[in-house]
Design a protein around this ligand. Structure first.
Ligand SMILES: Nc1ncnc2c1ncn2[C@@H]1O[C@H](COP(=O)(O)OP(=O)(O)OP(=O)(O)O)[C@@H](O)[C@H]1O
Ligand SMILES: [Mg+2]
Length: 361
């Protein structure tokens, strides 16, 4: 899968800009605060319908303007496609895929698959379980619209149940419990299955990045059970067992909103005890694994977005990373491109960005 063209109007610091990307490595260089990340953000919007930086779409509209527009042209095995996103200061965001308006965000998923990596993504390893769940969900939503809808349904039921826990009328509790266990079991099953594949690919990537010096163990931590029915029963049981606690806390203590991924490298829980460098290597391994899973599942590589990642790695890791991502489209931003990296990349498309203007070099 590729993004061949990106057009942005009144998006962040861009007034009107068209960028035509090459099929391999695309390098966007520029000083700080010129618009590198903004370009990557526009691509992410077309991929998953939301920014990786803010939940507030209106921030994306160029200051003092009313409306931002992003148009991405894509090339998939099945042919050309387009994704258009319009963010209006006074209206809801509008999304169109191949010229047709899309009312549910789930319909956007999978039209432009991306894997995004920035220094901030280190939080997948070192921050709270919520960041690891977000990592699973962003990948799985891109791979399956069903998963996206299951997750939205689950979150709605969870919100209703939490509201009920704080109220006096608890007659609907059993209905919510039943629905929570039913949606939750399907999500947990999918996540468990995903983490198994992740473990496999990530440990291989990690061995490659560390020259086999450190092993990596990745495990799903969630409601017990392998198959949907088994998980559903376990979850129903746990919901009843924790009912009193739930009422006391005013929220639900059981379910996929508590899931986590265990990450151990060299025998240590890397989430808590890893050095910054170890955590970065694990985060990178997870991202490389995400690419492999997407390729396996869809038979196409996603577009890899590397925002400001190179400067965080030593030259050896930079070379290893770029060696591993050859053969598919990658969009790399950096303030400057080290000369030894140019030789690893071979054929690539170079751009520079200055004050919201992109020039092809
Ligand atoms: N809504 C907006 N309207 C206009 N400009 C904006 C808007 N939001 C952000 N900007 C500006 O866009 C500029 C470029 O931001 P961006 O994050 O893309 O920089 P960058 O090139 O990635 O820099 P760095 O190397 O520091 O990461 C910033 O100066 C920021 O103030
Ligand atoms: Mg940036």
């Amino acid at each position: 899968m590729q993004i061949t063209k990106l057009q942005v109007n009144n998006f962040r610091n861009y007034s009107a800009q068209t960028v035509e990307f090459g099929g391999g490595a695309n390098i966007i260089t520029g000083k700080n605060a010129q618009g590198k990340t903004n370009l990557v953000e526009a691509i992410t919007m077309c991929s998953v319908g939301r920014s990786s930086r803010t939940p507030r779409d209106k921030e994306l509209i160029r200051w003092e303007q009313q409306r931002a527009r992003i148009l991405a042209t894509t090339q998939k095995r099945g042919g050309k496609g387009s994704i258009e996103i319009v963010i209006d200061a006074r209206e809801n965001k509008r999304v169109a895929v191949n010229g047709l308006p899309v009312s549910k965000m789930g319909e956007l998923m999978g039209n432009l698959s991306t894997v995004f990596f920035s220094p901030d993504e280190l939080k997948i390893v070192k921050s709270s379980p919520a960041d690891r769940r977000r990592f699973m969900d962003i990948t799985l939503c891109q791979l399956s619209k069903t998963y996206f809808y299951l997750l939205s349904s689950y979150n709605k039921v969870l919100a209703q149940r939490n509201k009920l826990l704080k109220s006096t009328d608890t007659s609907a509790l059993e209905i919510w419990d039943e629905q929570l266990a039913s949606y939750g079991a399907k999500i947990a099953r999918t996540r468990r299955h995903f983490v198994k594949k992740l473990a496999d690919h990530a440990s291989r990537a990690h061995a490659y990045l560390t020259d086999g010096k450190e092993d990596l163990v990745v495990e799903y931590q969630g409601v017990e059970g392998e198959e949907v029915e088994e998980i559903r029963q376990n979850m129903s049981f746990e919901l009843i067992r924790n009912r009193e606690k739930d009422f006391k806390n005013g929220f639900t203590n059981v379910g996929i909103q508590k899931d986590d991924i265990l990450l151990c490298a060299a025998g240590k829980d890397i989430r808590a005890y890893g050095s910054q460098g170890q955590q970065r290597t694990v985060a990178l391994s997870l991202k490389l694994a995400e690419i492999s899973i997407m390729k396996d599942e869809t038979d196409e590589y996603p577009v890899l977005l590397l925002d400001d990642v190179l400067s965080e790695l030593d030259v050896d890791r930079q070379k290893k990373l770029l060696g591993a991502v050859k053969g598919f489209q990658t969009i790399i931003t950096c303030t400057h491109l080290p000369s030894e990296i140019k030789s690893v990349l071979g054929d690539c498309t170079l751009f520079s960005v200055e004050n919201g203007r992109v020039t092809r070099l």
